[in-house]
Design a protein around this ligand. Structure first.
Ligand code: GLA
Length: 393
């Protein structure tokens, strides 16, 4: 991929190979902590050895010119005149990155000329955050800026929240920026801090199986934001009951004791969203203990329970994703499985015994094809492993 990108930079833009920088920005998985980052919960993630790549060179003036091996067309704009979001356009990410940097007071004088490449843009593995981070790192390098990972997390969140309009949390970009191979990244979204927890020597080897559904859609057009609003309604009711009506309506601002005391006041979707938040928060803590002890079976069971709660309490799956989840948890060799990202489209992940992963993939492909012959034409299953976070090579 790197070689191909360098060749394309020469062919398309006449830029010599030695002048090309490459950003490798990995996709991520989230074993536990589904949909609780935007409520200030604690979540966990790992970067994987599949990534988006951005080959770039400073453009020499304030103009940006971008092409893609994945998407059609060229994206061009000037730093002094960044257009607003264009629905569904891949140029939203570089434009959003520049806006985020400028709004935080970073002076950008140089645009970039570049080409992107990435295989998995259908969702669930955080391709949006991965490409957003890639552009941030490229503009920083081109302009000689030094920005900490903590600031880059906020900058990428600004691309998603402010420019794209998705009310998501910091799970994706934190995992992409902070992960290290051999560690579990645990992110405390209330404190915006993180811990890297080493893999126990007792932990059995595992493969990460990614099963794609073939469903593609931008997250902003799904029920993601509606669920966030339902969490806010639950939080508002619980904060009123706890005598703190002025606090920001986020479920992370309520203790589990307060929730237990007042939960009978909640009904309908608000009750279910709160139940998901508090049960998932407990699962994350239990998951950290299981990981530390090297208890892969226990870790896997929690992942499967998280998947069930996402379906029953958070109600965020689409039918094909739910079917895929059910196929996965019934597959021999699978320790646990769940939606990989938001669960409306994209993929499911599973942790699998490496001895059984080939047979598991075959079984999953056949079972999914039988249920969704049309979707399965765009679906695939593959194995990957944990990796380091985003970097300029
Ligand atoms: C998407 C969002 C994240 C997180 C997950 C669900 O990936 O971008 O912020 O909410 O869904 O856990």
């Amino acid at each position: 991929m790197i070689n191909q990108l360098k060749t394309e930079m020469k062919t398309r833009f006449g830029i010599a190979r030695r002048d090309v920088c490459i950003v490798q920005s990995p996709y991520r998985i989230c074993p536990l902590g589904a949909h609780i980052d935007h409520q200030l919960g604690r979540v966990m993630g790992m970067a994987i050895d599949q990534a988006v790549y951005l080959a770039f060179a400073p453009s020499g003036d304030e103009n940006t010119h971008l092409q893609s091996l994945t998407f059609d067309g060229e994206v061009s704009f000037a730093l002094g005149d960044v257009p607003d979001k264009i629905e569904g356009d891949w140029g939203n990410f570089p434009r959003g990155a520049v806006r985020a940097l400028q709004q935080r007071g970073h002076k950008l004088a140089r645009g970039i000329t570049g080409i992107t490449a990435g295989r998995m843009h259908e969702g669930g593995l955080s391709s949006s955050a991965a490409i957003g981070v890639a552009y941030l790192l490229a503009y920083q390098k081109a302009n000689g800026l030094s920005v900490s990972p903590a600031d880059n997390i906020q900058l990428d969140q600004a691309i998603e929240n402010n420019y794209l309009g998705l009310k998501n949390g910091i799970l994706d970009q934190s995992t992409i920026l902070l992960s290290q191979r051999g560690f579990l990244t645990v992110i405390d979204c209330a404190r915006a801090s993180h811990k890297l927890i080493p893999q126990s020597p007792d932990l059995q080897p595992f493969d990460i199986l990614i099963a794609q559904s073939g469903l593609r859609d931008a997250l902003v057009s799904t029920g993601y934001n509606a669920r966030v609003d339902e969490c806010a309604r639950a939080a508002r009711a619980l904060l009123n009951a706890a005598g703190r009506p002025d606090q920001q309506p986020l479920l992370g601002n309520i203790t589990i004791e307060e929730y237990e005391t007042h939960k009978s006041l909640l009904s309908g979707p608000a009750a279910k969203r709160a139940q998901h938040f508090f049960s998932e928060s407990v699962r994350v803590l239990q998951g950290i203990r299981a990981w530390r002890k090297g208890n892969l079976a226990g870790f896997g069971r929690l992942i499967a329970e998280s998947g069930r709660s996402s379906i029953e309490n958070y109600e965020c799956g689409s039918e094909p994703l739910i079917a895929l989840y059910r196929i996965l948890i019934d597959t021999d060799g699978v320790y646990g499985a769940r939606f990989s990202g938001a669960g409306f489209r994209g993929c499911c992940i599973a942790l699998v015994d490496p001895q059984k992963s080939s047979a598991a993939m075959e079984h999953i492909r056949t079972a999914y094809r039988a249920k969704y012959p049309e979707l399965s034409k765009n679906a695939s299953a593959f194995i990957c492993h944990p990796d380091d976070g985003a970097r300029i090579l």
